[in-house]
Design a protein. Structure first.
Lengths: 267, 810
């Protein structure tokens, strides 16, 4: 059976922003992709309702990363803080877009982060979310600009055989054409006996790409495997289909928390 | 019997030989100066030359040289010649560089290297920097190094994440969710996988609420304990990464620095500097990280600029000791300065912006400065003194010194100073400095006083000719023939105001030479002739002559009243000189006197109206003393007289008209008619002796020009002091008129001789009773003064009688 790459063209980049991703890697990646793919950029700031709900509890406290001090949280202070961060991120995105000379828009939504991400996914839109700021930040304090997203690193596609992951392969090829880099297809099989089939499918999809070197196909089982391979390969972007099982709320939180590069979600 | 005044019968006008000195061209043993040898020495300044050489040879501190003399006399030429000769055999001093002080960047360090090696060191360091800028990023960007760094980072982050994750897992097991907040973490209870809302929490029983709060409180404490480990973990990770960077960089630059250190192994200061460079590079590892996207590459960031060498003194092209002539001796140009650059509106500086001053360049040699220019520059003298006293040059910004600017500046390490300073200036400046600046005598122990003239010996005339020949050759002029040289020598004597001397004011001679060359060129001549020299001299006069001509015109037209014929009582022609820039001329001035009964006072009208200077007033007071001493030894001087310079509207200074004033006064007392075809100049003392004055030539020529303009009568002439005869160097036309018997110059020694000439009466001699010879002018004056005394006495008796009558009447 011959596998067909699901044809899908990225026509818009949506950068999903939240209060715990301040480092800017996601933003610079989104701007760069929008520039290279000649598409519009939309910023979506997600005011995480879980965060707001937690802060409304009477005993809620925030344990600061700078020194570990505890301070009481309130709904009002958290809401105020989120609004301020949203405004700041909007300004930063505007500046980046202005410098790159691309069209942009911005929106704010109050929602659970994983849910907001899934809801944001629609046809021909690449939803980008940056990795969370590492708790142990080793970056230089003198940095005045957001860290640059380095294009040209491997594009890792998480492939589970579903239609959206096939479109993710198509998106990877489109991105590769625009910014370079090799494609690594990471096969995720929930059952061992399906692995071989998925590998075969992925190999066929990748080899049909007319984008130069053949894609590499590797196998993985868990989120931790994914994290390990993205670290090892120094991936520049991880692409995943919207209906991938990894995008369950818990897994997605873990992925965002621990991954070192931006994630792109394809419908 | 008193001294007999000299008889006028013996007074003869000066001969043509006495009126000028004619230089015999035959005394020169060349046809033109093309055949005359060059002269190396400065003509007429043997003492000055000796003093300069003394100052140069004494190397002790304080033996700096002040060369004093008027401008244009050849001070700089002599100094440059002597200093140049001494410098040629001197040793080349070391080069000096400023380098970054890595421990205290505001205090750059100074290092010296043997002359010529400074430039090489600078170039070697530039090459080193280029190599460093390539090697360091290459080392940091190598795959191997990046992998090691990422592994270290990953290890640190993973270790920490696992600690946090352990708390998160423990919390989850207790139905508590660990949530990231904008600034840290929070813990929230779960129900059915969702965070408990406040409403749901409120609905819980008190026991459940307490259980949740206790649970969360315990977890918060555990989390806090984990987070408190964050800063040391972060530091440990960074230190580890930094150590990796250092290791990579050390490996990459070690051989580069070892190579360059090997080349300068004989210079410990330089090797020490390279050690400091190496240590600094390893200390600043984070600055050498690869550029972020959009940032300039390391090579373009001047990231290694801190390791450059600022070569402030480069003697690679110096032969012998340096000789620096600073023609703009401002504070900064002498001491050096720290420049600033504007960056984003702020003034910034660094050790590369240190600029050397003349003292830096001259250290180990000689610095020649024009003193007047030095004193025109604010704080320049203070800066120079400070450096000479301290024997080191400390660059200090004037703005900072005066608190004019508050921007950050540098305090560079002072550089040792060993220099011989030669100041060139006027005499007055030297004397003022000596008197008013206590540091000056200690710092400038050698004074070189330039002679303004030299004896007109045949040998000096030949030296003068050689000087002109040398100058003509050096400046590319036509050669001069012997007659031109002779005419220049005569001009030199005239400049010296002395027929027995030659002027050493070489600039004036050089100017005439240049202009004579121009005149010869206009005529298409191949050789400069006496005619061309005269043309040049005449042209110089003509260019400055407007006011003199205007004065003569006004005399001829009768606006300025000057008599040149006939006789007048109480009126004589005095002579005055005017200095206008570089041109001096003389002109006659009418001096009149009045005499009447009085109490012996002589009023100087110029002084009364505050136009007379102190010296002029002194001259008039001497007249009073002379009158009293000669004619009123045993009787009151019952005279009231006044003197005035007619049609004089400006200040009058000097006593050179006191002879003329005395003659006018005696004429007024004795009612003696005075010849108006004669003019006179000279000062007198209390005994009636005539003393020399200045500008005698200009004064004679001034009266001659007036007489000539009206037509020479054959009786006109000028009386001058005998002591001035040697100074007489008159224009050729005046001499020619004298030779033709149309104009005379008389030299007088006493006032009696002058009065005799002016009045035609003999002075007369005193007999044993003290009476003057009958018919002499002295007899007439004495008699007149006696009459005035008697008249005064009579007035005195009548006044007493009147007072007595008034008393009786009362």
């Amino acid at each position: 059976m011959s596998e067909q790459r699901e044809e899908s063209r990225i026509r818009r980049i949506l950068i999903a922003l939240n209060a715990t991703e301040r480092g800017g890697l996601g933003r610079t990646a989104a701007v760069r992709l929008a520039t290279k793919l000649h598409v519009a950029l939309h910023g979506l700031f997600i005011e995480d309702v879980d965060l707001l709900r937690a802060s409304a509890l009477p005993f809620a406290k925030e344990i600061s990363l700078s020194g570990g001090t505890q301070r009481p949280l309130t709904f009002a202070s958290m809401e105020q803080s989120l609004q301020a961060i949203g405004g700041q991120l909007r300004d930063e995105l505007a500046e980046l877009a202005r410098e790159a000379n691309i069209a942009w828009s911005f929106d704010v939504r109050r929602e659970s982060l994983p849910r907001a991400l899934i809801e944001a996914v629609e046809s021909e839109v690449l939803v980008v979310i940056g990795p969370r700021d590492a708790a142990l930040n080793l970056a230089r304090a003198s940095r005045s600009k957001p860290p640059s997203w380095k294009a040209g690193g491997p594009l890792i596609v998480l492939f589970d055989g579903k239609a959206s992951s096939k479109r993710a392969v198509g998106a990877a090829i489109q991105i590769r054409r625009a910014v370079g880099g090799r494609i690594v297809v990471q096969v995720l099989a929930d059952e061992p006996n399906k692995t071989g089939k998925l590998v075969a499918q992925a190999t066929t999809l990748a080899s049909s790409a007319d984008t130069g070197p053949q894609a590499e196909v590797t196998g993985a089982k868990t989120i931790r495997d994914v994290l390990e391979i993205t670290h090892r390969e120094r991936a520049s972007l991880v692409l995943v289909g919207a209906d991938n099982a990894l995008l369950s709320e818990h897994s997605l939180r873990l992925l965002i928390e621990r991954i070192e590069c931006p994630i792109g979600v394809v419908s | 019997m008193t001294t007999s005044p000299q008889s006028t019968d013996r007074l003869k006008p000066l001969s043509a030989d006495q009126l000028t000195w004619r230089c015999d061209p035959a005394m020169f043993d060349f046809d033109t100066t093309a055949n005359a040898p060059d002269i190396a020495e400065i003509v007429g300044q043997p003492t000055a030359e000796k003093a300069v050489n003394f100052g140069i040879e004494v190397r002790q501190a304080g033996y700096n040289i002040f060369v004093l003399g008027p401008p244009g006399i050849g001070k700089r030429t002599l100094v440059e010649q002597c200093v140049g000769k001494a410098a040629a055999s001197g040793t080349v001093p070391p080069d000096w560089c400023y380098i970054n002080n890595f421990e205290s960047p505001r205090r750059p360090l100074a290092i010296s290297v043997p002359s010529g090696r400074g430039a090489k060191l600078r170039n070697d360091v530039r090459t080193l920097i280029e190599d460093l800028a390539g090697a360091v990023p290459a080392a940091l960007e190598s795959e191997e190094h990046r992998a090691r760094v990422q592994a270290a980072e990953h290890e640190a982050i993973e270790g920490y994440n696992q600690s946090v994750q352990a708390v998160a897992d423990k919390a989850l097991a207790q139905q508590v969710q660990l949530i990231r907040t904008p600034a840290g973490f929070a813990l929230a209870p779960l129900r059915d996988g969702q965070i408990l809302s406040p409403d749901e929490f409120e609905k819980l029983s008190a026991a459940d609420k307490k259980q949740i709060e206790d649970k969360i409180s315990t977890l918060q404490d555990e989390l806090q304990a984990v987070i408190e480990k964050l800063p040391p973990l972060r530091k440990e990770a960074r230190d580890k990464i930094k150590a990796l960077h250092r290791e990579a960089i050390a490996l990459a630059i070690g051989h580069l620095l070892n190579q360059i250190k090997g080349r300068y192994a004989d210079l410990p200061q330089v090797v020490k500097y390279f050690d400091a460079v190496q240590a600094d590079i390893l200390e600043r590892v984070e600055e050498w990280q690869p550029a972020e996207e959009g940032g300039a590459p390391l090579q373009e960031r001047r990231a290694f600029g801190d390791y450059e060498i600022n070569l402030v003194v480069d003697h690679s092209n110096t032969n012998g000791a340096p000789v620096v002539s600073e023609d703009h001796p401002s504070y900064q140009n002498l001491i050096g300065r720290v420049e600033h650059q504007t960056e984003m509106g702020a003034l910034l500086t660094n050790f590369m912006l240190i600029k050397a001053g003349a003292l830096h360049r001259a250290s180990g040699g000689y610095l020649v400065i024009d003193a007047q220019r030095l004193f025109q520059q604010p704080y320049a003298w203070e800066g120079l003194k400070r450096a000479l006293i301290a024997h080191r040059i400390r660059i200090e910004s004037m703005g900072e010194m005066l608190s004019l600017i508050s921007t950050v500046s540098l305090d560079p390490e002072p550089i040792p100073l060993n220099v011989k300073v030669v100041l060139l200036g006027d005499r007055i400046l030297y004397y003022l400095l000596f008197a008013l600046d206590p540091d000056f005598p200690d710092l400038f122990k050698v004074n070189v006083d330039f002679e303004e003239d030299m004896q007109r010996t045949p040998e000096n005339c030949r030296r003068f000719a050689q000087f002109v020949a040398t100058l003509a050759r050096r400046e590319g002029h036509r050669p001069l023939n012997r007659s031109a040289i002779a005419r220049l020598a005569e001009y030199s004597a005239r400049l010296a105001d002395d027929s027995e001397k030659l002027s050493t004011h070489m600039r004036s001679i050089a100017d005439v030479l240049r202009e004579a060359d121009y005149a010869a060129g206009k005529l298409g001549a191949a050789v400069i002739d006496a005619r061309d020299v005269q043309t040049a001299i005449d042209a110089q006069i003509e260019r400055s002559d407007r006011i003199r001509k205007r004065g003569i015109e006004e005399i001829v037209r009768g606006t300025l009243l000057i008599g040149t014929s006939g006789t007048r009582v109480a009126q004589v022609n005095g002579l005055a000189a005017i200095d206008l820039a570089n041109f001096r001329f003389g002109h006659p001035i009418r001096i009149t006197a009045t005499a009447r009964l009085g109490r012996g006072e002589v009023t100087d009208i110029e002084r009364e109206v505050k136009l007379g200077g102190a010296l002029h007033s002194k001259g008039v007071l001497i007249l009073s003393s002379f009158l009293a001493a000669r004619y009123a030894k045993e009787q009151p001087l019952s005279l009231s007289a006044s003197l005035v310079f007619e049609q004089s509207y400006g200040a009058v200074e000097g006593d050179s008209a006191s002879l003329a004033e005395l003659c006018a006064l005696l004429s007024a007392i004795g009612e003696l008619p005075m010849r108006q075809d004669l003019a006179l100049t000279g000062s007198v003392n209390q005994f009636g002796e005539v003393q020399p004055i200045g500008a005698v030539n200009e004064k004679i020529e001034g009266f001659f020009d007036v007489c000539q303009a009206r037509g020479l009568t054959g009786t006109q002439g000028v009386l001058i002091p005998s002591a001035n005869v040697k100074n007489v160097m008159l224009r050729h036309d005046v001499v020619e008129a004298a030779v033709a018997g149309k104009f005379y110059v008389y030299a007088v020694e006493t006032v009696d001789q002058a009065i005799s000439l002016l009045s035609g009466l003999p002075g007369g001699e005193q007999d044993s009773t003290g009476k003057y010879t009958a018919g002499s002018f002295n007899e007439r004056i004495e008699k007149r003064l006696h009459e005035l005394t008697k008249l005064r006495a009579k007035f005195g008796v009548e006044a007493i009688d009147t007072k007595k009558a008034a008393a009786l009447h009362e």
